[in-house]
Design a binder for this molecule. Structure first.
Ligand code: ZN
Ligand code: ZN
Length: 342
């Protein structure tokens, strides 16, 4: 049987095509995708910048219903609403056996090459990465669990404590997810710097203590005016100016999380700016292990990120979706594909 999928056959060559439905091997499930978050990372995937192999079906933020399993033993999964992790690893090597399966030599990610992603009517995923969703999690929210888990990973790596101050540089979906999660974790005075008025207005509605629109306003001046430097700074733009600003904002012995994708871009900084103030610089480019707790937080009403969705598209509207995303036009904050409504 076939299915429709967005197939990227070469850099920036995307078509909606009829392709065979993937068959799950033993230990895997096939999921009929209901909703898929549209992520700027996938623009890099489509452009061939993210180390992908073509052809690729992108998409790594998704929820849906299990419609087939590879082994009879897993039959109980059929019909379950699930969200899933994208990591595929061997589970047997020393890295996997110590729980650091991101560093498995056989590591692959759904939506980045060999395993097709969620910009399709169906995908296959390992059952060990599936999370059943109760009715407390809407389809829309289910498709947004992955970026929320990324934000939880960012802040847990920073060892954020209740009552600490946080500055987020970048008003994209990851920056706004960090704001939402930081509030849920008990941070105070969360300041968000960005360039998009619509996104900064959203940050205000979500409870940011202060938003700063640069380049019109100086983030460093705004943060330090009366409030001191931040305990935790999250750099979510992947730019040199963002990193420079972050180093100006983090307090001595504070934590700076580098959470933006620079696409190979360079930044010149003096090591003294890390060395002398004893700043901890923490990378957060991967998201292993936070999905399950994110699901639990959403189910219990402690976390909600579906307010971020401003645009919904059918798969056939992909050109419009990706065009609006790359221009950050039309007030777009977060977009989703509505694939199999049920
Ligand atoms: Zn993403
Ligand atoms: Zn392994």
């Amino acid at each position: 049987m076939g299915m429709r999928a967005l197939v990227v056959s070469a850099p920036d060559t995307v078509n909606l095509r009829e392709v065979p439905r993937p068959e799950p091997p033993a230990g895997w499930a096939r999921i009929q995708v209901a909703r898929a978050g549209i992520c700027a990372t996938d623009l890099a995937v489509m452009a061939g910048q993210a180390g992908v192999s073509f052809p690729v079906i992108p998409g790594h933020e998704w929820m849906g219903i299990v419609d087939a399993v590879g082994s009879e033993d897993d039959g109980e999964w059929i019909g379950r609403r699930v969200a899933g992790e994208n990591e595929v690893s061997c589970l047997l090597c020393p890295a996997c056996r110590s729980g650091r399966w991101r560093w498995c030599p056989h590591y692959q990610q759904i939506g980045f090459g060999r395993y097709g992603g969620s910009y399709a009517e169906y995908l296959i995923a390992p059952i060990y990465g599936l999370h059943p969703l109760s009715q407390a999690v809407s389809d829309l929210q289910g498709a947004l669990l992955e970026p929320a888990a990324v934000a939880l990973g960012v802040l847990e790596r920073a060892a954020l404590r209740i009552g600490e101050t946080v500055t987020v540089i970048g008003d994209g979906p990851i920056g706004l997810n960090v704001l939402i999660v930081a509030k849920a974790m008990g941070a105070r005075r969360i300041i968000v710097g960005g360039e998009q008025p619509v996104r900064l207005a959203m940050a205000e509605r979500l409870g940011a203590y202060r938003v700063v629109r640069h380049p019109n306003e100086d983030l460093v001046a705004a943060v330090t005016a009366g409030h001191g430097q931040s305990d935790v700074v999250v750099e979510a733009t992947g730019t040199e100016s963002g990193l420079q600003t972050a180093l100006n904002l983090v307090r001595p012995e504070g934590r700076l999380v580098v959470a933006g994708f620079a696409h190979g871009g360079q930044a010149v900084i003096s090591p003294d700016r890390i060395h002398l103030p004893d700043v901890a610089v923490i990378g957060a480019g991967n998201n292993p292990g936070w999905m399950g707790r994110t699901v639990a937080l959403v189910e219990d009403g402690m976390l909600r990120t579906d307010h971020l969705v401003t645009h919904r598209y059918a798969l056939a509207e992909f050109a419009d979706a990706f065009g609006t995303l790359s221009q950050r036009g039309d007030g777009l904050i977060k977009a989703v594909f509505e694939i199999n409504p049920h």
